[in-house]
Write a protein that binds this ligand. Structure first.
Ligand SMILES: [Mg+2]
Length: 129
């Protein structure tokens, strides 16, 4: 029974067209960092985050790490040139629920999110939207 028709890409494109920007949230462990040292290359996701930064999107790192671990993460992001504007912050409201137009997280449909965000940034860069 197909009662739920949710077009992920259409909604993302509309968000962008309305605000000419996006809030892009991303996770650290196993999304931009190979936490289990399995030799996984997250370069494509990192490249996409860099493109998002160039397009003026707001990048929010959401991580469960705190204290010294978080400082280590900030250093790692800086060394690798992985951009962020905020860490564990809701950019719009004083509420603990994270806010974003799209989330890149290995536990939350990373592949689908990547494909849709890549498609959108490609279209913006090719001046198709
Ligand atoms: Mg993770």
């Amino acid at each position: 029974m197909d009662v739920f028709n949710f077009d992920f890409y259409e909604r993302l494109r509309k968000d962008y067209q309305q605000h000419r920007s996006l809030f892009v949230a991303y996770d650290y462990d196993n999304t931009v960092f190979d936490y289990h040292n399995q030799g996984i290359d997250y370069g494509k996701i990192i490249d996409l985050l860099r493109v998002c930064k160039l397009l003026g999107f707001t990048l929010i790192l959401f991580t469960g790490n705190e204290g010294e671990q978080l400082e280590t993460i900030k250093l790692d992001l800086m060394k690798k040139g992985i951009p962020y504007d905020l860490i564990n912050e809701n950019p719009l409201m004083k509420t603990r629920k994270p806010y974003y137009n799209i989330l890149l997280d290995d536990r939350a449909g990373l592949k689908e999110a990547y494909i849709n965000l890549k498609k959108l940034t490609d279209e913006i860069q090719n001046k198709q939207i």
